[in-house]
Design a protein around this ligand. Structure first.
Ligand SMILES: Nc1ncnc2c1ncn2[C@@H]1O[C@H](COP(=O)(O)OP(=O)(O)O)[C@@H](O)[C@H]1O
Ligand SMILES: [Mg+2]
Length: 253
């Protein structure tokens, strides 16, 4: 729900881990800000963007409109041959569907679009920072929802509210939807407040708290700014981060 907690960063980290492991992945950028699209090195205007595909959901095959991620060009040659990472680009047009009063038929647009999809092992959907129409469209189409939270009071409270909203929503509209758990991001080892909130989250979420927790890491912004997959960035700091995403992906797929 919250902006800036790291939803997009986690999506990109998981996409990078999937690429490394040879998991054929489609990333759908439902956030009108389109940060994931930029981060995955897709230029604006490439392919058909998410809003248009949602509009044409009934008569469109998503495979024909997704764009190849520019990350593939950064892979060593033997990996590049077999790797698959495509992106449904985000853009402001998707915001048309970000209303609180969506009709059930609009809620099913992404599900309709993905029905019969072949050629991918994993689909990651990055959501905007709200529980409005687009996020509900994503829930309706998904098997699992992964929450990202910071170890702060407001974020813990917000995660609780989101979990309740997911339970209510799935009872009514999305019986297939399960919670994949909570990823904690931006922890600082030197913060007693963070330590306290982490203990609180362990107590609240128990086995739904995914490990490892992700630390605040200034390198990350550099890596994202360069539109690079973390697994291809040199240095120990990036290697640790990449390994964290390997472990998270293994728990999800
Ligand atoms: N663990 C982290 N360490 C350092 N910077 C981070 C971390 N996680 C996210 N950021 C940065 O914080 C900003 C917001 O993150 P983002 O993933 O875009 O959040 P959201 O998608 O939830 O709005 C980005 O600039 C990102 O690079
Ligand atoms: Mg985002």
């Amino acid at each position: 729900m919250k902006g800036g907690v790291g939803k997009t960063s986690v999506t990109m980290g998981l996409a990078s881990a999937a690429l490394q492991r040879g998991v054929r992945t489609l990333v759908i950028d439902l956030d009108p800000h389109a940060d994931t699209t930029t981060g995955l090195a897709v230029s604006r205007g490439a392919g058909t963007e998410a809003g248009q595909l949602l509009k044409d959901a009934r008569r469109t095959r998503v495979e024909e409109h997704a764009v190849r991620s520019g990350w593939l060009d950064l892979l060593p040659e033997p990996m590049r041959q077999s790797a698959r990472l495509d992106v449904v680009a985000g853009s402001a047009m998707a915001a048309t569907y970000d209303r609180p009063d969506l009709r059930p038929r609009d809620m099913k647009r992404l599900r309709t679009l993905l029905t019969g999809l072949t050629g991918y092992d994993l689909v990651l959907v990055d959501c905007p920072p709200s529980l409005s129409g687009l996020t509900r469209i994503a829930w309706t189409a998904s098997h699992q929802v992964l929450l990202v939270a910071e170890p702060s009071l407001f974020s813990v409270a917000g995660t609780e509210r989101t979990m309740r909203a997911i339970r209510m929503f799935s009872d009514e509209f999305a019986p297939q939807l399960a919670s994949a758990g909570v990823v904690v991001n931006r922890t600082r080892a030197d913060s007693t407040e963070h330590e306290y909130r982490l203990l609180e989250m362990e107590r609240l979420y128990q086995d739904k708290l995914l490990l490892p927790v992700l630390e605040e890491n200034a390198y990350w912004q550099q890596i994202q700014g360069a539109a690079y997959p973390v697994h291809q960035w040199p240095g120990d700091q990036a290697r640790d981060l990449a390994s964290s995403f390997d472990q998270l992906l293994r728990q999800l797929v």
